[in-house]
Ligand binder design. Structure first.
Ligand code: BV8
Length: 259
């Protein structure tokens, strides 16, 4: 399959997308999508690549998102997630999120695999979503690993588990931790069974998520990368749409399903 790179200027309205890609989307029986922080960037959620701001500027996300960091300084890690939880609560899904809801509506079989913990896909209306790295709006006990529905932000930091008194932590997957049970298996199945695999707004650095587009390629799917920058997937992708997902995805939907 001829690899094509389509530069997509800011005026997404007049972009040219390869006919084969449009045909493939329009006639796809199964579409699988992998998203990363880039799909939420236009909503105002900084990516992991973006420098952190304010108090958190001196910390690399990878250094805070580990069980070791939490044991070392549970108050600081809890407050970092509280800061991010507040930020996510103050933003809204963008046209990229909404376009993926449209793709799900139009394709017989669809699976959205997200590395994002912000819940914006579900807030946009996406249904078939696998949160392979968890969700920042949920918390669980650091000791018995059980989710805790209600907790107080005031008082002890981090708050304590009402069941066992253990410290509460965000219900996300930290580096060095296993993914939620079955999440990766479900994701690999969607990748190897799809006709079209969209890899959107991810630097393809964190594993095992970054292996999914390559699983789809091995299974013969058309793999499309949507990202303003190149990544470790670019050289292997069937098509690369260079631009912001909040512009590219609505244009792709319009091209595949005009009117
Ligand atoms: C595990 C939740 C078993 C927490 C996260 C194999 C090789 C090497 C290393 C490993 C390996 N296997 C395992 C590892 C270790 C590690 C890993 O991958 N390390 C990396 C750093 C090399 N993986 C793990 O630990 C995983 N667990 O493997 O368990 C195990 C256990 C022990 C030892 C071995 C095996 C767990 C990983 C999950 C960690 N948790 N998040 C939280 O959010 O706080 S990862 C987190 O970082 C995100 O979820 C995401 O996955 C990642 C960030 O990546 P992206 O989302 O891609 O974001 P990024 O900022 O990097 O890039 C943004 C992109 O968007 C850019 O390309 C940019 O150009 C683009 N963009 C910008 N604007 C836009 C845009 N695109 C479109 N539109 C725009 N407008």
């Amino acid at each position: 399959m001829r690899k094509a790179e389509w530069m997509i200027g800011s005026r997404a309205r007049n972009m040219k997308i390869a006919d084969q890609l449009i045909e493939a989307m329009r006639h796809a029986k199964r579409v699988a999508v992998l998203t990363g922080a880039g799909v939420s960037a236009e909503s105002g959620v900084p990516t992991f690549r973006d420098a952190q701001t304010g108090f958190w500027a001196d910390f690399k996300p990878e250094d805070l998102a580990t069980p070791q960091a939490f044991r070392r300084n549970p108050k600081m890690v809890w407050e970092w997630y509280a800061y991010r939880r507040q930020m996510v609560a103050n933003v809204s899904p963008n046209p990229g999120h909404h376009a993926l809801v449209e793709v799900e509506r139009r394709v017989p079989e669809f699976m959205l695999i997200t590395q994002n913990v912000d819940g914006l896909h579900q807030r946009a209306g996406s249904k078939r979503v696998v949160e392979i790295h968890g969700n920042i709006t949920r918390v669980k006990c650091f000791d018995d690993d059980g989710v805790v529905e209600k907790w107080e932000e005031k008082g002890e930091v981090p708050p304590r588990c009402p069941r066992c008194g253990g410290m509460l932590r965000p219900d996300v997957v930290w580096f060095g931790e296993e993914l939620p049970p079955g999440a990766f298996e479900t994701s690999v199945q969607a990748a190897v069974e799809c006709d079209v695999f969209l890899s959107i707004g991810t630097s393809s650095v964190v594993y095992p998520a970054a292996a999914l587009p390559f699983e789809a390629l091995k299974a013969g799917a058309m793999v499309v990368e949507i990202n303003p920058d190149s990544t470790s997937l670019t050289a292997r992708a069937s098509y690369v749409l260079r631009g912001a997902s909040g512009e590219v995805l609505p244009a792709l939907v319009r091209a595949a399903w005009p009117g």
